[in-house]
Design a protein around this ligand. Structure first.
Ligand SMILES: Cc1cc2nc3c(=O)[nH]c(=O)nc-3n(C[C@H](O)[C@H](O)[C@H](O)COP(=O)(O)O)c2cc1C
Length: 238
């Protein structure tokens, strides 16, 4: 979660049993950084890290997490960028296990740049972008997509990501108008691909977590239910 999930926030959640934490989203190049400052100025949380400091900043956040000796999970970093290079650069950091291409953000300042969920509208550009990250990254690669964006074929996107050989597809299975995830979409992506699916959206208790897994997700992710730095349910019960 932009402006929230830094090293401090993630470190506080490790004892809950997560096997991966995600830092960011960070804006990783000058155009997205400018967009981030515009978003901040209208009151939405964002990380505002100057371009020259970003790599060092992320390195520090990862070291803070890995310093917790009892935890040996993975660190992912969610990144928005107009071009693949800044994402590839972050993948070279020693403690970064996964870089995540953000094809999810719907803030207009970001989508106007062709970034975030706008990438879903041009599957061939998303494929080229992700392939370049996969080929050059030193870490594993995830793509985070938002589901049910008008005029986007989610199954086509999932198949496109499978072609790029990305390691994870992280699906915010948002179902507009509902406060539950679109479990049927997760089932359809499961049937259509062999991707490692991280299912996300509205997981707030054991039941919703189990439902995501039984729909075909290989893992789950949790955002808003952890926003105050704790979880109200025990992950080990899933
Ligand atoms: C304040 C806030 C900031 C967010 N920032 C990001 C982001 O930078 N990158 C991203 O991929 N998702 C971002 N998300 C989306 C969440 O990661 C998650 O996909 C979404 O909230 C649905 O999951 P949940 O129901 O568990 O919250 C953000 C969500 C919130 C509430």
């Amino acid at each position: 979660m932009a402006g929230i999930t830094n090293g401090d926030f993630c470190s506080g959640l490790l004892a809950n049993g997560f096997d991966m934490v995600t830092l960011g989203g960070y804006n990783a190049d000058p155009p997205t950084m400018r967009a981030g400052r515009e978003i901040l100025s209208r009151g939405r949380p964002e990380f505002d890290i100057p371009p020259k400091d970003l790599t060092e900043h992320i390195d520090q956040q990862t070291r803070q997490i890995k310093d917790q000796d009892f935890w040996n999970g993975k660190i992912s970093v969610n990144l928005r960028s107009v071009t693949p290079e800044p994402i590839i650069e972050i993948s070279r950091l020693k403690n970064v296990d996964v870089v995540e291409v953000n094809a999810h953000c719907r803030q207009p300042e970001i989508t106007n740049l062709g970034c975030g969920q706008e990438l879903l509208r041009k599957p061939s550009s998303l494929e080229k972008f992700t392939k370049e990250v996969v080929q050059k990254a030193k870490s594993m690669v995830s793509v985070k997509m938002r589901a049910n964006v008008p005029e986007v074929d989610d199954i086509q996107i999932a198949k496109t990501i499978e072609k790029t050989k990305a390691d994870y597809l992280h699906v915010d299975a948002m179902k507009p108008g509902f406060d539950t995830a679109d479990y049927d979409l997760i089932k359809r992506i499961r049937d259509a691909t062999n991707l490692f699916i991280i299912g996300n959206n509205s997981i707030k208790d054991i039941e919703s977590a189990r439902k995501m897994l039984s729909s075909g997700a290989d893992g789950i992710s949790i955002a808003r239910a952890a926003i105050n730095g704790t979880l109200s349910f025990d992950l080990s019960q899933i």
